[in-house]
Design a protein around this ligand. Structure first.
Ligand code: PMP
Length: 389
């Protein structure tokens, strides 16, 4: 028998079938709230203006493609630090490297945890980004799920979060999304972050913070509040960073893993471990996206334009959320949420009816991408959802 005979067929990504079915639908007023990328009012996912300029500069000035090390573009990593930490940068206690997207950062973080403490427990609020559980599973970490969100009230179940974290102890890990929660949009308030930080600090739990949408909730600094509040209370933390949404770099696979250790000496040792893990996983990350993001971050004029375009995107998301609530009060809670995603309390049967009767496309989970809505289609979307609810 062939070696592959032992393999079982794996399920396809459910979003791919939504995308395929949407494309094949001839109805002119079809609405795609499935796919997870930002869209403008006219349905594009454009390259940032500042990115176009940075890429041009890169093309003109890059004179070699010789290898960098496993840490990737160190200038990119350093230039991102003030964006993430602001005035709260922990200095020599910081370690880390450029990674292939936030996914690479999460995988490396999980491998580092598994190396330090095999089989460690990771507390994980549900629902969450569907790739979180398989990434943790690959590294043999144990998962402890708790309820993050109630689709009926559209709010964080903060009592469940607190109870879960209070049941964690030294050596356990809490995987927390910092802003623009995927798939619910339900973020922690500043007060809730303070309470979370106190529990993590008191119980010795390691925060693994997933920051994949900085700048798309309320602003670059406001969106990093969770990171900065938590770092004030804990000796060590990991931050998995994605540039894919806030630099529009999706397929360029650009991200970073930041670690904070209890001391500079511990940071140096942890750093040598992440470098070794990265070498064994991908040797070094792809260069282009990080090099271009670095050019933006070190240029005051490109940075200003990047921030301006990010603000335009954020404003569009916020105004669509507000418009939903204005059209129908049932959608008002969505205006208190952040980022591209919300999860509606829809059954797979209702999702099917939306697709077949109204040409509204979303995955069975009921997750919608707010950026798939426009001033032109939002009323039809609300009417469709109301008629299947
Ligand atoms: N974390 C969350 C919550 C995400 O939604 C995503 C993907 N959009 C990622 C991490 C990983 O992002 P990427 O690998 O595309 O940088």
């Amino acid at each position: 028998a062939g070696i592959f005979d032992a393999l079982a067929l794996q399920p396809a990504d459910p979003l791919l079938s939504v995308i395929g079915a949407f494309r094949a639908d001839p109805r002119p007023n079809k609405i795609d709230v499935g796919v997870g990328v930002f869209r403008t009012e006219t349905g594009e996912t454009p390259v940032f203006r500042a990115m176009k300029t940075a890429e041009r500069r890169l093309l003109e000035t890059q004179d070699t493609k010789a290898y960098l090390g496993p840490e990737g573009d160190i200038g990119f990593f350093q230039a991102l630090r003030p964006v993430v930490f602001g005035a709260a940068d922990p200095g020599e206690r910081v370690f880390g490297l450029q990674t292939p997207g936030g996914t690479g950062a999460l995988r490396l973080a999980a491998e580092l945890i598994a190396q330090a403490r095999p089989g460690a427990r990771v507390f994980l609020g549900t629902p969450t980004w569907p790739n979180h559980p398989p990434i943790l599973k690959k590294t043999g970490l144990e998962q402890v799920a708790y309820r993050h969100f109630d689709a009926e009230t559209q709010a964080v179940c903060f009592d469940d979060v607190v109870a879960a974290l209070e049941s964690a102890g030294a050596g356990d890990v809490a995987l927390l999304q910092v802003c623009c929660h995927n798939p619910t949009g339900a973020d922690f308030t500043v007060e809730q972050w303070h309470e979370i930080a106190r529990i993590l600090g008191r119980r010795g739990v390691l925060p693994l913070l997933d920051l994949a949408y900085q700048g798309l909730a309320e602003g670059l600094d406001a969106d990093a509040a969770g990171v900065r509040i938590v770092l004030d209370q804990v000796p060590a933390a990991l931050i998995a960073y994605s540039c894919d949404k806030n630099f529009g770099l999706y397929r360029e696979r650009t991200g970073a893993l930041f670690g904070i250790a209890a001391s500079g000496e511990r940071a140096r040792i942890a750093h040598s471990n992440v470098l070794a893990l990265a070498r064994a996983a991908w040797s070094m990350p792809p260069d282009h996206g990080a090099a271009a993001a670095r050019i933006i971050l070190v240029s005051p004029e490109l940075s200003a334009d990047w921030r301006a375009e990010l603000a335009e995107m954020r404003d569009r998301i916020v105004s669509m959320r507000e418009l939903l609530g204005t059209i129908d009060p049932a959608f008002a809670p969505l205006a208190r949420q952040h980022g591209m995603f919300s999860t509606l309390p829809l059954s797979p049967e209702q999702v099917r009816r939306l697709r077949e009767e109204f040409a509204v496309y979303m995955p069975n989970s009921g997750r919608i991408n707010i950026a798939g809505l426009t001033r032109g289609n939002v009323e039809a979307f609300v009417r469709a959802v109301k008629s299947v609810l």
